[in-house]
Write a protein that binds this ligand. Structure first.
Ligand code: SAM
Length: 261
């Protein structure tokens, strides 16, 4: 997919993504901002910022925030969440900022193995000595969302399915370290954090997951009704009467420093 197609896949159900799904990453957002020292006056850009949930948290810490995403509808929500932020539609491989414009760049599940060029772009727009951080899915055995990803792969045309599987490679030992070094950054540290999706019932869970970009090719291929029916079945074990649906997943995170000039 080129970036405009990716933007389309993430834009069709932007409000569902923003309000039913995106807050799952809260612990990962806060952990990464802590490790990167994001606080009062930090000039931060969030790359592939989605609907700007993470950027809003950074702004609450006093950061001066910018965000870029391929999709217009989530960017409209990001602007509503943080009116003082500078949110733009654009491509992470060609960021619409001059060199050394920020103290910190982040990307939450936006940059994967194979997208090292986007990490190099992140480094370009951060000043020497500034910081870059990213998150990615953790070990498959601690990925509560695995039944979702497996269902999407099963229902998607083969090329989209393999793209989704490739994303999982990013969390393997040594991969993110090499990505950062290939991008000209000094790798600092990595660890994992647990994130949680919570939904009152399987209908809302399926609605939320249908809004994620990887669902889009599957929805096109098999239609809404079959997608929702099969997804609810795949998630049934994660649902309990009176408790709702809880999906715990591991996210990896990593930080790097932009070398001094
Ligand atoms: C998994 S979502 C993550 C969104 C947000 N960072 C979050 O944590 O919820 C991936 C995002 O990457 C964006 N995206 C995909 N390709 C892109 C590209 N080439 N340039 C900019 N954004 C892109 C999509 O529009 C989508 O919002």
């Amino acid at each position: 997919m080129d970036w405009k197609q990716a933007g389309h896949a993430w834009g069709e159900r932007a409000a569902d993504w923003a309000y039913l799904f995106e807050p799952y990453a809260l612990r990962a957002n806060q952990t990464l901002f802590d490790r990167l020292g994001v606080g009062e006056g930090s000039r931060l850009v969030d790359i592939a910022c989605g609907s700007g949930y993470a950027a809003a948290l950074a702004a609450e810490r006093g950061a001066v925030v910018a965000g870029v995403d391929a999709s217009e509808p989530p960017i409209a929500i990001a602007r509503a969440r943080t009116p003082v932020g500078d949110f733009r539609v654009g491509d992470m491989f060609s960021l619409p900022y001059p060199a050394e414009n920020f103290d910190v760049a982040t990307s939450f599940n936006g940059i994967w193995k194979g997208l090292e060029a986007a990490l190099r772009e992140a480094g370009r727009v951060v000043r020497p000595g500034g910081m870059v951080g990213m998150t990615f899915w953790g070990a498959p055995k601690r990925l509560g969302l695995l039944p979702y990803f497996m269902k999407v792969v099963e229902l998607s045309p083969p090329d989209h399915g393999s793209a989704t599987l490739n994303q999982g490679e990013t969390g393997r030992p040594g991969v993110v370290e090499s990505m950062m070094e290939e991008a000209g950054l000094e790798f600092l540290e990595r660890d994992v954090v647990e994130v949680v999706n919570e939904f009152p019932d399987l209908d809302i869970a399926a609605r939320a997951l249908a809004a994620a970009g990887p669902s889009w090719p599957a929805l096109q291929a098999v239609g809404e009704s079959r997608f929702v029916t099969e997804l609810k079945e795949a998630l049934r074990n994660l649902s309990a009467d009176g408790v709702g649906v809880r999906i715990r997943s591991e996210l990896g995170w990593a930080t790097a420093r932009v070398p001094d000039a």
